[in-house]
Design a protein around this ligand. Structure first.
Ligand SMILES: Nc1ncnc2c1ncn2[C@@H]1O[C@H](COP(=O)(O)OP(=O)(O)OP(=O)(O)O)[C@@H](O)[C@H]1O
Ligand SMILES: Cc1ncc(CO)c(N)n1
Length: 503
């Protein structure tokens, strides 16, 4: 048994049968545990050949092997909660009862599984007594209407109020809390109730019109077991689990698993799990803009060195004005950063773009031809976009907005460098060397990794805003290169100033 600091996650064990299609039993329980942030474990009581249409065969291993599995877990791991599902036979139910008596786990949830959603029996008729006995070892028991009747040796209740009355009697006589499930009621609602000896709390939920109800009982009882150790009471726990289950049922059909009664989507509340890294997805989304960038006359002429010096200087001047604002937005990313490492990275970026890149501009614009020329409309639009995201966006959105400047320049710089080979004779070799430098590529990769990390922490809506900010920045990057007049000997700022004189 491990000791030491408290566990980071609830350690929860499923003792249940299997479903190779993953909708019910052990497989569903493990997904449900993970969906609630718990560390899941499982001991298999019975191997069930079943799918969304029904049960084909059941194989129950010898109970000595069940005991070996239970002891393997119990001898080694401190178990915070146990969920008990399909028990198959009287011998299995008795064996699980012995283990519970020996180990006394702090939370025991018993789902008295008797008949599958498909109508197939999952418990031998002569095992019902043993399951009735197990109720005494459980803290919460989660029967559907027919199972409640069997536990009380009474006919199935025909109305909700009759079922509540049965649940109250079970709670009183067996000193157990009952989660009564109304899935089998029919009608517009699918109410459940948490019933103890003195109180009944009804939890209403709309009935979802769907075929995705395979394993709902397993998934709910597993969720309750996973949550209970860190919730104050059963009602709070069940309310949270049921709300999650209703969403999981609604999202089930979209999984497209099987042609019968399909499973629920245990991970419906975490839609970004398994999503591609943000930077990779965004890079693909802007493939068209990247191609447009490569095709710009300015970028082509810069790459092959035929760009006129005045045009390059006009660009460098606007870029210096841009970088002053960009630095402030990088500083904002630093201010919002969730870790010291990220904070330091963005702060270094804010400083570097003022230092190193300003040096490029100083060397190029030493004659001061552009001193006093204001930011162009295009430059201003880009900086205002970045500053707006910095002012109103979350950290994740800020990382997305500043990323294209790193990624596009590292990409263009590396490709021009590879094509040019020796920069000695390249008229813009200093620019190409700055952005083609592997150290700049490394910074771009780190900026991307930080945006990826930020994206993993946010929901779908914020991720969509991240993508929008990223795409908008890329559009501004294309316009930024394209603003330069390749022929006239004036900067974009001067051109704008000249307009009123001609009118
Ligand atoms: N169509 C539905 N819409 C919303 N909730 C439902 C629906 N069907 C079942 N539920 C809910 O799912 C949970 C399981 O209920 P149900 O009465 O079906 O248990 P069960 O018969 O043990 O489940 P299983 O189908 O796994 O055997 C309950 O919270 C119930 O209210
Ligand atoms: C293994 C297993 N447990 C429970 C159920 C009830 O849905 C099922 N179909 N299969």
């Amino acid at each position: 048994m491990t000791t030491g600091p408290p566990a980071s996650r609830v350690r929860v064990l499923s003792v249940a049968g299997t479903d190779p299609t993953g909708g019910a039993g052990v497989q569903a329980d493990l997904k449900s545990f993970a969906a609630h942030g718990a560390y899941g474990m499982a001991v298999v009581t019975a191997l069930v050949a079943q799918n969304t249409h029904g049960v084909r065969d059941v194989h129950v291993p010898d109970v000595a092997f069940l005991r070996a599995q239970l002891d393997a877990v119990g001898d080694d791991v401190r178990v915070d909660a146990v969920k008990i599902g399909m028990l198959a036979t009287r011998a299995v139910a008795l064996e699980v009862g012995y283990w519970l008596a020996r180990t006394r786990p702090p939370v025991v949830v018993l789902d008295p599984v008797m008949v599958a959603t498909s109508g197939d029996r999952l418990l031998d008729a002569d095992a019902e007594d043993a399951v009735r006995d197990l109720v005494g070892a459980a803290h919460l028991v989660t029967p559907n209407l027919p199972e409640l009747g069997v536990l009380l040796r009474e006919p199935t209740a025909r109305t909700w109020s009759a079922a509540l009355d049965q649940a109250r009697r079970l709670a009183r006589t067996r000193d157990v809390v009952v989660l009564l499930k109304g899935g089998h009621l029919g009608g517009a609602a699918s109410p459940d109730a948490v019933v103890d000896a003195t109180t009944v709390v009804e939890l209403d939920a709309p009935r979802v019109a769907t075929t995705a109800t395979h394993g709902t009982g397993c998934s709910l009882s597993a969720a309750v077991a996973a949550l209970r150790p860190r919730r104050p009471d059963w009602v709070t726990t069940v309310r949270e689990a049921k709300q999650w289950l209703t969403g999981a049922i609604a999202a089930g059909e979209a999984l497209r698993v099987g042609s019968g009664r399909g499973p629920v989507d245990h991970l419906h509340h975490a839609p970004t799990l398994g999503a591609r890294p943000f930077g990779d997805e965004a890079w693909d989304v802007v493939a068209g803009l990247r191609a447009a960038c490569d095709d710009l006359p300015f970028v082509r002429a810069l790459a092959d060195g035929t760009l006129r010096r005045a045009a390059f200087e006009a660009y460098v001047h606007q870029d210096a004005l841009y970088l002053a604002a960009y630095s402030r937005v990088l500083a904002r990313a630093s201010e919002l950063a969730p870790t010291g490492e990220a904070q330091a990275f963005w702060a270094r970026g804010a400083s570097t773009c003022l230092d190193v890149e300003a040096a490029l501009h100083r060397d190029r614009l030493a004659h001061g031809r552009y001193a006093g020329v204001p930011a162009s409309a295009v430059t201003t639009a880009y900086t205002e976009h970045l500053l707006a995201v910095g002012a109103t966006g979350t950290y994740a959105e800020v990382t997305a907005a500043v990323l294209p400047c790193y990624r596009l320049y590292a990409d263009i710089g590396a490709r021009i460098l590879a094509r040019a080979g020796d920069l000695a004779d390249h008229p813009y070799g200093d620019w190409v060397a700055t952005y083609g430098d592997p150290a700049f590529a490394a910074s771009a990769a780190q900026a991307g990794a930080l945006a990826d990390a930020a994206a993993r922490e946010v929901g779908a809506a914020t991720r969509a805003r991240m993508l929008a900010a990223y795409v908008r920045s890329c559009e501004h990057e294309v316009a930024f290169f394209d603003q330069v007049d390749l022929v006239a000997d004036v900067s974009p700022g001067r051109r704008r100033e000249a307009v009123p004189a001609r009118v």
